[in-house]
Structure formats: structure tokens, C-alpha cells
Design a protein around this ligand. Structure first.
Ligand SMILES: [Mn+2]
Length: 337
């Protein structure tokens, strides 16, 4: 069991820094907070850090307010770093420098593209979420679950499985979730906070993004975008979580693309697919990564140019994928005849 190896190493160490990935999601925040709580329960000196602020939607999580934003905010000099839910070293943002300096490095993650960049890399691509790994790790550390830890782990698993709806949701996922709910989690309140609450400005921004969705390839591709200027007009709204899902949900769509102008000539691209097409592999072409059905990358250039080039390549890749599937279907029909 990899969880016991990581637990054994953590037990021997102190001054542990946990790093959540930049542009954090519920899995990285929930997992980092849960592990932080478990290490504190063991009497360890630990702290948490992230390159970007905790999105408002996750501020209710226990310990979330203790997250240090920026490498100059660390309360002590760490002997060990744990990169949580970070698919590559770049995801650590400004903490990459600290990572290369410390003696002990650990990486806990479930992204299939993770190259295993730490001394002790625990990568399980079959796990629904990093939260599920943290659940095992808490057990291996011998820490008893309580309301706080259960809430953090639950939010991590729930957000990374689309609230138990994606294909990474297994009987094991429900079994862990069932166990966590025994600690008094208030399900209606968690669901409302995570999935049924949005500010007025975000709602207006959503309207803008939805109103400009284009369809290509006879409706198989949907694309929309937002510029930096527009983001500023709508109060910054750096949290784009959930936007792409609405674009993907159009019935004819197989692959959805959402482009966000992060900085001048820096375009953040999010990709989602519904069936065969592997957006993780496609994003890797541009130095990004992720999973088969959810991935992203960052591309330098003007928004319009990036959009055009990306869509051209996506169109070709999806046609190749469709061709490969058709010939596979043919050969299996021949076999069965
Ligand atoms: Mn994750």
C-alpha cells in the first residue's frame, strides 16, 4: 500500500509544507486542508500554501483560512514539501523554488499525466480524486476521522467527481462518501454552497459567455471565450469553475472548449469531452494535461489566433479519432460475422 509508505515518511518528519496547485479546485483545497488537519492531530508543525487565493466557494472549509498565499508568507522553513493534486511541478507556481530546496519531497496525485516529480511520488490514476487518496492516508497515519476532516475529504471527492456523476465514480467512491457522511455532514448546506450559489456578476458573465457559444463540426465542438477586459468589467471573477460544463452540456456536443485571456497574450484553455475523445492527450500537445474527459493548457498568443489554431488542430484530431473508431467498429463487426 502506497498510503502506508507515505504515512511512514510523514510520521518521521516535521516542518511539513503542503502545497495546493495554482488556480485551485475543490479537490486540491479539500485534500490539502484534510491532510493539514490530520498532521496537526499528530502534533506536527505543518502549514499549507497555494500560489492563488482560495476561491470564495471553498472558504467555508475547516482550516482554509490558514492557507498561505505566496512563498514569502510561510511561517517556518520547511524540511518537507507535499505537492497535493499537482499534476506537474509547474502547478506549484512560486513554490517550485521551495520544492527544489527541501530535502524531502512527496507528491500525492491521481492525474495520469503526472511524471512523478517528487522523491516519493504516490500517483494513482484510477483514484477518483486526490481526496480519495487522502482518505486512505488519514487511515494509514492512524488519525481518527472527525467532522472537520470528513468535510474536507468529502468536498474534495464531490467536486472532482462532479458530485458523484463522472465515470471516475465507482462503488468505492460511494463507500468512502457513505463513511464520511457518518460524521454529521450537512448535505443540503454543502450542496447549496458548492453547486447552487453564484454571485450576480458571475451570473451576468455566464450570460455573456453562453450568448457567444459557437458550434463547429456539425455541432460536435462547442467553443466560447472571455477577454481580460470583460473579466474586469464583471468584477474580476477569476473563478471560472462550472463555466465549461454549461458549454459541454449542449446536446450535440462531444468536445467543449473555453478560452480565457488570463494575461496579455496568455490564454488559458479548458477542454471537456463526453465520450471517446481524449482531451488530456490533446492538451498535452500544448504542454497541458489532465484526464480523458477534463483537461486544460495555457497557450501564448492573441486570443483570436490561439482559438483559430486550437480549433483547427482539434477538428483534425477529432476526425482522426472518429476514423479510428469507425475502422475498429468495422473489424469487430467482421469478427462477429
Ligand atoms: Mn484532482
Amino acid at each position: 500500500m502506497r498510503s502506508s509508505l507515505v504515512a511512514a515518511e510523514l510520521k518521521q518528519l516535521d516542518n511539513i509544507l503542503l502545497v495546493a496547485h495554482a488556480s485551485p479546485d475543490g479537490d486540491t483545497i479539500g485534500s490539502t486542508c484534510a491532510l493539514f488537519g490530520a498532521l496537526k492531530a499528530l502534533g506536527k508543525r505543518a502549514c499549507m500554501a497555494c500560489d492563488s487565493p482560495v476561491p470564495a466557494v471553498y472558504e467555508f472549509l475547516p482550516f482554509a483560512r490558514e492557507m498561505c498565499i505566496g512563498a514569502d508568507k510561510l511561517p517556518f522553513k520547511p524540511d518537507c514539501i507535499v505537492a497535493v493534486d499537482c499534476a506537474d511541478l509547474q502547478r506549484l507556481g512560486s513554490f517550485q523554488a521551495v520544492f527544489t530546496r527541501v530535502t524531502h519531497t512527496i507528491n500525492i496525485d491521481h492525474h495520469i499525466t503526472n511524471p512523478g516529480f517528487a522523491d516519493n511520488s504516490w500517483i494513482e490514476p484510477d483514484a477518483s480524486s486526490t481526496g480519495a487518496l487522502i482518505y486512505d492516508l488519514i487511515g494509514a497515519l492512524g488519525v481518527s476521522l472527525n467532522y472537520e476532516l470528513a468535510l474536507c475529504v468529502f468536498v474534495a471527492i464531490s467536486t472532482d467527481t462532479g458530485h458523484f456523476a463522472y465515470s471516475n465514480t465507482t462503488p468505492e467512491t460511494f463507500a468512502v462518501a457513505a463513511k464520511l457522511t457518518e460524521y454529521g455532514l450537512d448535505m443540503p448546506s454543502i450542496t447549496d454552497r458548492l453547486y447552487r450559489s453564484r454571485s450576480f456578476s458571475r451570473t451576468r458573465l455566464l450570460g455573456l459567455i453562453l450568448s457567444r457559444v459557437e458550434l463547429l463540426m456539425e455541432g460536435a465542438i462547442s467553443v466560447s471565450y472571455v477577454t481580460r477586459e470583460e473579466l474586469n468589467t464583471y468584477g474580476g471573477a477569476p473563478d471560472m469553475e462550472g463555466m465549461i460544463e454549461l458549454i459541454r452540456d449542449i446536446d450535440s456536443v462531444e468536445t467543449a472548449v473555453f478560452l480565457r485571456e488570463k494575461e496579455k497574450e496568455v490564454i488559458k484553455v479548458s477542454l471537456r469531452s463526453k465520450r471517446d475523445f481524449d482531451v488530456g492527450a490533446f492538451a498535452a500537445r500544448f504542454g497541458g494535461g489532465g484526464h480523458q474527459r477534463a483537461a486544460g493548457c495555457t497557450i501564448a498568443g492573441q486570443l483570436a489566433d490561439v482559438k483559430e489554431e486550437l480549433l483547427k488542430q482539434l477538428h483534425e484530431a477529432m476526425e482522426a479519432c472518429a476514423k479510428a473508431r469507425a475502422s475498429q467498429d468495422n473489424s469487430s463487426t467482421e469478427r462477429s460475422v
